[in-house]
Design a protein around this ligand. Structure first.
Ligand code: SF4
Ligand code: SF4
Length: 161
């Protein structure tokens, strides 16, 4: 990244709580990982990700099919806002909001750096084509059989900025 590009990296200098609505929305990399069904161990609070995705999810571009009504249609949908950043621990380590909150910057494949919203999908960092819809789960099927680690670990060995 050049010095000129660094100066434009507003996401590293503007705190999440002070971003404009447009800036806040543009931080989301649309990885889709927060749309995966998660299981919580009641004993220790550990959160496990599954490869089951919410039925409102759009696998083509990893967007929500009804973004503005999502909380009504899917009550379990957690809407991350500038007011509930304390819930960010639910998000995967690669979540752009969580990374910025933890002063880790954004990865090279993030669209604010690559200038291409498809980079994340082309490089395999999103959930695109890796999931099944919740509606396809059979009644007697155990969600625990769908617990996967890749939403949490696939970022560890990759280059970050
Ligand atoms: S309602 Fe939309 S944003 Fe919420 S989990 Fe489902 S697909 Fe994701
Ligand atoms: S995990 Fe974070 S960056 Fe990824 S889609 Fe969800 S809110 Fe956006």
């Amino acid at each position: 990244m050049t010095k000129s590009q660094m100066n434009k990296a507003w996401w590293n200098t503007i705190p999440l709580t002070e971003m404009s609505r447009g800036q806040w929305e543009s931080v989301c990399d649309h990885c889709g990982k927060c749309c995966l069904i998660k299981l919580e161990d009641e004993a220790d609070g550990q959160v496990y990700y599954t490869d089951i995705v919410c039925d409102l999810f759009n696998n083509e571009d990893c967007h929500c099919n009804d973004y503005w009504n999502r909380e009504t249609l899917v009550p379990s949908c957690i809407r991350l806002t500038q007011n509930n950043l304390d819930q960010i621990h639910w998000m995967p380590p690669s979540c752009a909001y969580r990374r910025l909150q933890d002063q880790q910057g954004l990865p090279q494949w993030h669209h604010l750096i690559s200038n291409d919203k498809k980079t994340i999908h082309h490089q395999g960092y999103s959930v695109k084509d890796k999931t099944i819809f919740e509606k396809t789960i059979k009644h007697n099927e155990d969600f625990e059989e769908h617990v996967v680690e890749w939403p949490l670990i696939e970022e560890k060995n990759k280059n970050q900025t």
